[in-house]
Design a protein around this ligand. Structure first.
Ligand SMILES: CC(C)(COP(=O)(O)OP(=O)(O)OC[C@H]1O[C@@H](n2cnc3c(N)ncnc32)[C@H](O)[C@@H]1OP(=O)(O)O)[C@@H](O)C(=O)NCCC(=O)NCCS
Length: 253
């Protein structure tokens, strides 16, 4: 149903409904507004009128640039995966993140040959972070982290996707740290000369997105969740073992 709506022929009413629905999903994960000590920005879905701001932010912060047509098509195709961060003070765009959903290149597996025809499983759909940038003046405030959390929530809740990938310059230490220390992205492959200037890219992958999102959205919260579930399981086991031990002591008496 979502695919039909996203890919084009939607009425203004259903579009408004979709936005409200998606906004409530995102806000239910606590990522629209950073409510803690420094709530200096909001994360929200990008609108057409944000395109000049996204284009300028991209031009200033990344060497991989796109046309306005690219952004228009991206926002129309992936409205739930087009996010911006804006300053609360003056509503200026301070960062953006764009993702899409695509078929995994490695997932088409042969199932059976019927007559002369090979029958394949449908390819697995995975998310791909296409571009993310934050103005230098607003870096180090968790903006990119919040944008990534928002994208992850939307990939899971609006697109039922459980895996996401991206490409990153091998020299981009900040970005690699962002993806691998706050989120469980792992470098899975080097893509030689991926960029126009010849630099290689890391392909980075993150799986079990739904678990990550359900746990609060970051590696830390996921880790805390695992640790607390292990400790509650082991304390359950301990108390059951204790009870058994107590029972056998009572019986021995
Ligand atoms: C990468 C980028 C998006 C990070 O944006 P940001 O809003 O400053 O990031 P955050 O404040 O959310 O920081 C999150 C994490 O990223 C990493 N990080 C961010 N800036 C860093 C820096 N200067 N050095 C090392 N790690 C850094 C850290 O792990 C940081 O977490 P920490 O503060 O707990 O250590 C930003 O530097 C940028 O726009 N760079 C240019 C565009 C770009 O490279 N995009 C990525 C393309 S793959």
């Amino acid at each position: 149903m979502l695919d039909g709506i996203i890919s084009g022929s939607r009425s203004p009413r259903s579009y408004a409904f979709l936005r409200v629905m998606l906004l409530s999903i995102v806000s239910s994960f606590g990522i629209l507004t950073r409510s803690s000590s420094s709530p200096s920005y909001n994360i929200r879905f990008a609108r057409r009128e944000d395109i000049p701001g996204i284009r300028n932010c991209n031009l200033e912060n990344l060497p991989e640039n796109y046309t306005d047509e690219f952004y228009t098509r991206h926002l129309a195709s992936w409205p739930a995966l087009s996010m911006i961060a804006e300053s609360k003070e003056d509503e200026r765009l301070i960062g953006y993140a764009l993702a899409r959903v695509e078929a995994s290149a490695t997932s088409a597996k042969k199932v059976v040959t019927v007559g002369k025809n090979d029958v394949y499983l449908p390819p697995q759909m995975i998310g791909h972070v296409a571009s993310i940038a934050v103005y230098e003046s607003h870096r180090g405030q968790g903006v990119a982290k919040a944008l990534m959390k928002a994208l992850h929530s939307q990939l899971v809740n609006a697109h039922s996707v459980d895996q996401v990938s991206l490409h990153c310059r091998v020299s981009n230490v900040q970005a690699i740290r962002l993806y691998s220390s706050h989120f469980p992205y792992r470098c899975t492959n080097v893509v030689p000369s991926y960029y126009a200037d010849g630099e290689h890219a890391w392909r980075m992958d993150c799986s079990n997105l739904s678990k990550l999102v359900a746990s609060g959205g970051t590696s830390k919260s996921l880790q805390e969740n695992i640790v607390s579930s292990i400790s509650s399981t082991s304390s359950d086991k301990t108390s059951a073992a204790d009870e058994q031990e107590r029972k056998s002591i009572r019986e021995r008496r």
